[in-house]
Design a binder for this molecule. Structure first.
Ligand code: PLP
Length: 425
């Protein structure tokens, strides 16, 4: 009998994809992706859905928080197409209107109090930029980051990331980083007293640490202590910002006296990679004095910036829909916790950023696999393997939200049934 996988052109090319990945990239990731997709690979995507090479359609409530506007949002794609027809990369000797417009749009979207922007491509790029500027502007070296925090995996950003797994074999990284406990209101004051502190960097909700919110009171105390002592306050909202967690920036909405907000992920509208440091003149001072002090070839490229301007406009127009989705998710997930209390230890989150903490990392992995097989993509958490992240896009319809929650319900039900079966055996 002929193997249907070998005769179907889509599946045949999927096999080739896995061969290429195994041979030329990371075999471990290739194997995981092969199991997740049942041998199929990504083929196309639109809105909240991804279509695979075997024709399967999956809901995407994952993509590590990038697709806040879903896939290929029409307004973002149109803006990028338009820019593609004009000019895609800048000479960087001449000024480009797409870059300037994106900076102005971002400053305005974040309320206008932080007037300066530096663009990067990934989140880590702007963490690196923030650390460099803080050290240069303060003439001090030490950066305070928070236990559990995630700020990226490039050498500088990794020093701020807490999880030891990603640092093994790489020490020493930036030596002047101190991790403070999230429940210690006096930590910033105490560290400042011992000297040399340039900045404190935190995520208002630690995304990769299992959607873990930091206390608003403690953040206010840290920020107040820092500012009184001329220490920069930097909110890493690469994951939470731009309305993923329901506000343009959580730190600004909470009235924290931040010098800078970092954004990324959603900024490119799910179409282009782009990130940004948005800050006050004080932190930006080294770049005001010498614009060449921190540069990167593709930073602020017109194509990415065209996507950013269009994305900010689209996100802004969907503010009300975001509130509706947040309420649906809060209600639906609380209901699942009520129903599967033995399996669901906690539900945390707000806006379109939700964490489902399950009874064990093993169960979480099983549920993740079941969900992909049954049609829902969610994201694991890089620093907390017992939490699944549900990150629905602002463009999800009521039917898609209901379908997503039903698939989580069915996966938990299946796990509960097999747990009961094992217990009774
Ligand atoms: C809060 C936060 N900061 C920084 C980063 C690093 O971003 P990137 O992976 O784009 O470099 C991430 C990525 O997950 C993040 O969640």
């Amino acid at each position: 009998m002929t193997d249907p996988v070998l005769t179907d052109p889509g599946q045949r090319s999927a096999r080739e994809v896995f061969q290429q990945l195994r041979k030329h990239m990371q075999p471990g990731l290739a194997l995981a992706a092969r199991i997740s997709g049942g041998g199929a690979v990504e083929s196309s995507a639109n809105g909240a859905r991804i279509t695979l090479s075997d024709g399967q359609s999956l809901l995407d409530f994952g993509s590590y928080a990038v697709t806040l506007l879903g896939h290929r949002h029409a307004a973002v794609v149109a803006a990028v197409r338009d820019q593609l027809d004009r000019m895609t990369v800048s000479s960087r000797v001449l000024a480009n209107p797409a870059t300037a417009a994106a900076a102005a749009a971002l400053v305005e979207y974040l309320g206008g109090a932080l007037p300066r922007t530096y663009f990067g491509l990934n989140g880590s790029d702007v963490v690196e930029a923030a650390v460099k500027l803080a050290r240069l502007a303060s003439n001090r070296n030490r950066v305070l980051a928070v236990v559990g925090g995630f700020h990226g995996k490039t050498m500088g950003a990794l020093a701020l990331t807490h999880n030891a797994r990603y640092k093994a074999g790489l020490m020493p990284l930036l030596p002047a980083v101190t991790h403070i406990a999230p429940d210690d209101p006096d930590a910033v004051a105490r560290e400042i007293a011992t000297g040399d502190v340039a900045a404190v960097v935190f995520e208002p909700i630690q995304g990769e640490n299992g959607v873990w919110p930091l206390s608003g009171d403690i953040l206010a105390k840290w920020a107040g202590d820092a500012r009184r002592n001329g220490v920069f306050v930097i909110a890493d909202e690469i994951q939470t910002g731009l309305s993923r967690a329901g506000e343009p920036a959580l730190a600004i909405a909470a009235g924290l006296p931040v010098n800078a907000v970092l954004v990324g992920k959603a900024l490119g509208g799910g179409v282009m990679p782009v990130s940004a440091l948005v800050c006050d003149d004080e932190l930006y001072a080294p770049l005001l004095a010498d614009p060449m002090i921190h540069t990167a070839t593709f930073a602020g490229n017109p194509l990415a910036c065209a996507a950013a301007s269009a994305a900010l406009d689209a996100i802004d127009r969907l503010t009300e829909r975001g509130r509706e989705i947040a309420a649906t998710m809060a209600f639906g997930l609380a209901e699942l916790q009520r129903q599967y209390g033995d399996l669901v230890v906690d539900v945390r989150g707000q806006g379109l950023l939700w964490g489902l903490q399950l009874a064990s990392a093993k169960l979480t992995n099983e549920i993740l696999t079941t969900l992909v097989k049954t049609g829902l993509i969610v994201s694991p958490c890089m620093s907390r393997p017992e939490v699944l992240r549900l990150l629905p896009p602002l463009v999800a319809t009521d039917a898609e939200l209901a379908a997503g929650l039903e698939l989580v319900d069915a996966a938990l039900n299946q796990a509960a049934t097999s747990a009961a079966f094992i217990a009774s055996a």
